[in-house]
Design a protein around this ligand. Structure first.
Ligand code: UDP
Length: 240
């Protein structure tokens, strides 16, 4: 029987910036609710959803490294802790509308969330639970985009869906160039060779090496998350 959707298991990457929406505050509850509702609509169809949350709405390690005696590694640990805050908020919103959700952290915080255990994460997904991966990769000098690529490969998800505040990948920066065109599809090679700002190099090369496609789309447009998850055309598709 042909299913009405394309993906069976997806890795949704939600950046911290996306969670903040237009809010001056760190997290906009309207955004977490919109994410929860859309995720609910696709888990009902049987699509398994894992989420990696960013933390840039609260703290970015690189911005503080060297300030007030803070070295880069310590700054990055603060950044990773920020992602845990976002994860707990998102979990609460998801569970408030009845989506069973587990948070797994890349380093132990057992009073707050489960530790990351790959096989356990997969089991949760098979049982229809949404798994939110927090604390990035658990290592300084990495990003949550790299964590998304890594977890996607580890749990055998088929695609990284990168939810952002822009419509997708452009051939130039749309903020500075009014002729910038939104690209429907783009290869990994183009992303790296033209230095298109999509993901950091580590993340995009990890996707390329493991043949993981990436869909970049705007989270602020209602319906987009559900569309991306069910495999409808949205934003920019990055593949080989
Ligand atoms: N971070 C890290 N290792 C990781 C993932 C994240 O050190 O594997 C830190 C890093 O300081 C980063 C911060 O956590 O600036 C927040 O993550 P990121 O900037 O990727 O969040 P996003 O841009 O998606 O909001």
């Amino acid at each position: 029987l042909k299913k009405p959707y394309k993906w069976q298991r997806v890795l949704l990457k939600v950046s911290g910036e996306a969670l903040a929406g237009d809010h001056a505050e760190n997290i906009d509850p309207k955004i977490t609710m919109a994410i929860a509702r859309e995720v609910a609509s696709v888990t009902k169809l049987g699509v398994e959803v894992a989420i990696v949350v960013g933390g840039g709405n609260i703290f970015r390690g690189a911005s503080y490294a060297g300030c007030g005696g803070l070295d880069r590694s310590s700054a990055d640990y603060i950044g990773m802790l920020a992602t845990v805050m976002n994860a707990i908020f998102l979990q609460a919103t998801m569970e408030s509308i009845g989506i069973p959700t587990r948070v797994q952290t890349a380093f132990r915080m057992s009073e707050v969330a489960e530790p990351y255990i790959r096989r356990r994460a997969v089991r949760h997904l098979e049982k229809g639970r949404v798994v939110i991966f927090a604390a990035g990769t658990g290592n300084p000098f990495f990003t949550t985009d790299t964590a998304a690529a890594l977890r996607c490969a580890e749990i055998n998800a088929e695609v990284v869906l990168k939810a952002t505040n822009v419509d997708g990948v452009y051939d130039a920066d749309p903020r500075h160039n009014s002729n910038a065109r939104l690209l429907e599809t783009v290869s990994y090679h183009e992303v790296t060779s033209r230095d298109l700002s999509v993901m950091d190099m580590t993340a995009i090369t990890l996707c390329q090496e493991n043949n993981i496609p990436v869909v970049v789309f705007n989270l602020q447009k209602p319906g987009n998350i559900a569309k991306a998850i069910v495999g409808e055309k949205v934003g920019t598709f990055i593949g080989c």
